[in-house]
Design a protein around this ligand. Structure first.
Ligand code: FAD
Length: 417
């Protein structure tokens, strides 16, 4: 590649921003163009369900980098423009403004979109008080409805649903969370963690109904607003607004239409390369093989988007760096800092350390003696240690783990620390 070569990055989110600037740092010599469908410079998404709803965070505070930083890195921004098609044979992109853009190398960082509520069909799908939370625009649309005294029904007791519930109750809304699983956070945490979070929300006034799936949305007389959420048992819960947080659909259609390998995520190798040697991909839109867990994964987290973007940037710069990420994530609800590392699927034992009653404890997920994952609540030192232990596939002593008076480093064989 030389100065006349063009790298185009599609998707101006966490991964796209990091990839575009990282490619320059990694030695990409030519033009870099970052194309984003949203009208904003890349911004931090996690605050959308936290500070943005609980308080008054303004858009400029959310920016990942300033306009100057892109300028300095020689990254040209094309915002408010979507890529409609990739012509791999001609190495050209069709853009939503009708123009075509040639590329020498391409990076896909298209992220994902909120999964629509299956029962929101017809007019209900367009109800003005039915909300999702993925973009700044979603928050701007939600805020006028997000007022003290309003009755909010949150569909989905995952991280985003619970964060919205916490923000809402702090702002004085009346909140009901509906979760189809028997407990909140069921797909990602142990029952002890779900119990803890359910208690924390209930004591602050959130109504939580688990094992309850949503069957229909009733509209009011205008036919434009949801007036009630109908559960599978027939009960109708009155609502002034509804927020659905039921997961993410990866934006893979563009890649699929271009003939790239896609399987619930754009398939990439440890160097973030797709099956086209000219195209890399990073972030929520990708799926990759995890050597650490021995299976393919699609992760939805900022740390993963950033790390994989740096690997993709290195690949574009001609370096052979590889990626086997350690999944980690955080969630802030009230004054509770939940940090999780690893994936707990396949565990046969959960060891608690610390005291849920004091809102400071950790749950260690073990398979035999091997540590698979750790969730920590308000125990940052545990989290820091846990990252190293999970990455190192450490074998641990459950009795020592459970005794918070024994330093965590002594709960594992010296060789693993
Ligand atoms: P995205 O951030 O989705 O960015 C992709 C961008 O590509 C979008 O702007 C999209 O418009 C654009 N795009 C897509 N297709 C095209 C196209 N054809 N042409 C042009 N542009 C296109 N993660 C954590 O680790 N911790 C948290 O606490 C946390 N909280 C979250 C709270 C909320 C409310 C949300 C929504 C997410 C949260 N996440 C959190 C997840 C985290 O934000 C995502 O994992 C991360 O944003 C993924 O970055 P990405 O760049 O892969 O994708």
């Amino acid at each position: 590649m030389d100065k006349s070569s063009t790298l185009v990055v599609i998707g101006a989110g966490h991964a796209g921003s990091e990839l575009a600037c990282g490619a320059r740092e990694a030695g990409w010599p030519g033009r870099i163009v970052l194309i984003g469908e949203e009208p904003h410079l890349p911004y931090h998404r996690p605050p959308l369900s936290k500070a943005c709803l609980a308080g008054d965070t303004q858009a400029p505070e959310l920016l990942i980098r300033s306009a100057k930083a892109y300028e300095k890195a020689g990254v040209q921004m094309r915002l408010g423009i979507a890529v409609r098609a990739i012509d791999r044979a001609a190495r050209t992109l069709a853009l939503s403004d009708g123009s075509a853009l040639p590329y020498d190398r391409l990076a896909l960082a298209t992220g994902g979109r909120a999964r629509p509520l299956p029962c929101a069909q017809g007019a209900a799908a367009n109800a003005t008080n039915l909300h999702y939370l993925r973009t700044l625009q979603d928050v701007e649309r939600l805020k006028p409805d997000f007022l003290a005294g309003r009755r909010l029904v949150v569909v989905g007791g995952g991280y985003i649903g619970l964060e919205v519930a916490a923000s809402a109750i702090q702002r004085g809304l009346q909140v009901t969370v509906l979760e189809s699983e028997p407990r909140v956070l069921a797909r990602v945490t142990a029952p002890v963690m779900s119990d803890f979070y359910e208690t924390m929300h209930r004591t602050r006034g959130v109504r939580i109904r688990t094992g309850t799936s949503v069957q229909a949305l009733h509209l009011d007389a205008t036919g434009q607003r949801v007036s009630a959420v109908v559960c599978a048992d027939g009960e109708a819960i009155d609502a002034d607004l509804v927020v659905a947080g039921i997961g993410l659909l990866p934006n893979t259609e563009l890649a699929e239409a271009a003939g790239l390998a896609v399987d619930n995520g754009i398939l990439v190798d440890p160097q973030a390369r797709t099956n086209d040697p000219l195209i890399v991909a990073a972030g929520d839109c990708t799926r990759f093989h995890s050597a650490l867990y021995g299976r393919s994964l699609r992760l939805e987290s900022v740390p993963h988007a950033l790390e994989q973007a740096r690997i993709a940037a290195a690949t574009l710069g001609g370096q052979a760096r590889t990626h086997d990420p350690l999944p980690w994530f955080w969630s802030d609800q009230y004054d509770l800092k939940l940090k999780m590392v690893g994936l707990s699927a396949g565990h046969d034992q959960v060891v608690l350390r610390g005291d849920p009653g004091q809102s400071a404890f950790s749950a260690f997920y073990l398979q035999g003696r091997r540590l698979l994952a750790v969730d920590t609540v308000n125990r940052i030192p545990d989290f820091m240690q846990a990252k190293r232990l999970v990455a190192g596939r450490a074998e641990v002593n459950p009795e020592a783990l459970a005794d918070a008076s024994i330093p965590l480093t002594q709960a594992v064989p010296i060789a693993a620390v």
